[in-house]
Design a protein around this ligand. Structure first.
Ligand code: SF4
Ligand code: SF4
Length: 426
């Protein structure tokens, strides 16, 4: 494989997003809670039509190795279990619950003495609460920790780099729930018995840096570039270790956890609170009031639009996730799932004609993984998939930097996604 000097992109945050305090979105009449809340296996339904549920009732059981339980985010009655629009599948099996608007919880306790719990007991609380990585893929947190308990971990990186231009949720979580985030990270450190833990932030997150340091956290600052928050890029920036595509961070003694995951871990351990809500960023020029909101899992897009004072007339596209890596949606019924970090409402989309490659090399200059996008693209176009792999296709993190800068508007990252799917399925 040929490596070049990787730089990524400078993408400015959408104006004012960082300044918008977290608003708690009021409860909605119906929630649509998918059994598939992240990649991996969906949860197995534990409820049926007509069942009464409370906030925090377990409605789905872990369905396999990479899976986690699912809980109700409202109190009310199950009115259906049926296929429903899903943020990254076209449809998924979903539990529809009508809220009774009461604040009735499944039995909970506050454990101020959780410090005396063993590593195994802490892990069990995180597993039972259905905590998954909130920074992207949603890998079940307890599974990741279990792997870390078996292997030696030398470094725990707490990722506060939110390099997508439309996201500010992690930033708000860090500055509004600082003590809980740091305590959640310390719980992870205890479980992993890891000697070193650092928070990593980008340069523009100055207030978060100051507040975390005040809580005694060790903070490292990276340049404000995209996609520095991507796990493999982050590890290389911090440790100078380049992880090959077939290796995981744990293979080099590192575990990365997101700051919002730390907050969820703290809630699970201290308050016995399942993951039933999260902070997300509503952004873009196609919505009237961009916001950072604490929203219940299962809240449909239509309710969020209403809460944010409606759509602009020229709306063209709605994306779940980051502007660069998110997924376009086709239905206003699609609900928030655990891995939804934000929703972008776009009024302008690129409609440029796709032209031939002009061999400018810009895609190579920006690729953060140091591979050769233009060459891999040419191989894929010629159906030379083995060559594409030999030249680093599997190292591509699908950040979209190459497509973003291409003057010929070639959707390079789409070719890479297609080639990977093709390789996976033959
Ligand atoms: S999408 Fe892949 S090839 Fe393109 S810049 Fe990102 S890592 Fe490099
Ligand atoms: S940026 Fe586009 S035009 Fe330039 S070398 Fe890469 S693929 Fe070709």
């Amino acid at each position: 494989m040929i490596f070049t000097w990787p730089i990524g992109l400078r993408l400015k945050k959408q104006k004012n997003l960082l300044e918008l305090p977290i608003e708690v979105m009021p409860p909605v009449s119906f929630v649509f809670i998918h059994f598939q809340q992240h990649r991996g296996k969906p949860a197995i339904p534990l409820v049926k039509k007509g069942d009464a549920v409370k906030i925090g009732s377990k409605i789905g059981e872990t369905g396999g190795e990479i899976s986690s339980p699912v809980h109700s985010s409202v109190s009310g009655r199950v009115i259906d279990i049926k296929p429903h629009p899903h943020p990254f599948l076209r449809e998924g099996l979903c539990c529809v619950i009508e809220s009774d608007y009461s604040d009735t919880w499944e039995q909970r306790f506050i454990d101020s003495d959780y410090h005396s719990l063993s590593k195994e007991e802490l892990l069990e609380r995180i597993e039972k609460a259905g905590v998954v990585g909130l920074g992207g893929g949603g890998y079940p947190t307890a599974k990741k920790l279990l792997a870390g308990m078996k292997d030696r971990v030398n470094l725990l990186i707490i990722n506060g780099c939110e390099s997508e231009p439309n996201l500010a949720a992690d930033y708000r979580v860090m500055i509004e729930y600082t003590a809980s985030v740091v305590e959640g990270a310390r719980i992870l450190q205890k479980i992993l018995n890891v000697p070193k833990m650092i928070f990593v932030l980008t340069r523009n997150y100055k207030m978060a840096e100051a507040l975390l340091k005040k809580e005694g956290a060790d903070v490292k600052i990276l340049p404000d570039s995209y996609p520095v928050g991507s796990e493999r890029v982050l590890i290389r920036k911090i440790t100078k270790i380049t992880l090959p595509a077939d290796k995981l961070p744990i293979d080099v003694g590192i575990i990365v956890q997101n700051v919002s995951t730390c907050y969820a871990v703290f809630q699970a351990v201290k308050y016995n609170k399942p993951l039933i809500e999260r902070v997300i960023t509503i952004s873009g020029d196609g919505i009237n009031k961009p916001k950072n909101i604490l929203v219940k899992i299962g809240t449909p897009l239509s309710a969020i639009i209403q809460y944010c004072e409606g759509l602009k007339d020229d709306l063209k596209k709605i994306i779940f996730g980051g502007l660069m890596t998110g997924i376009a949606q086709f239905s206003l019924d699609t609900p928030v799932i655990k891995t939804t970090s934000g929703i972008v409402f776009q009024s302008a989309v690129c409609e440029d004609e796709i032209n031939d490659c002009v061999y400018c090399g810009k895609c190579i200059d920006v690729c953060p993984m140091g591979i050769l996008p233009q060459m891999i693209y040419t191989f894929i176009k010629n159906n030379e998939f083995k060559n594409a792999i030999d030249y680093g296709l599997d190292d591509c993190i699908e950040c979209g930097c190459c497509s973003y800068v291409c003057p010929s508007s070639i959707p390079l990252v789409h070719y890479f996604k297609y080639a990977r799917l093709r390789n996976m399925h033959g």
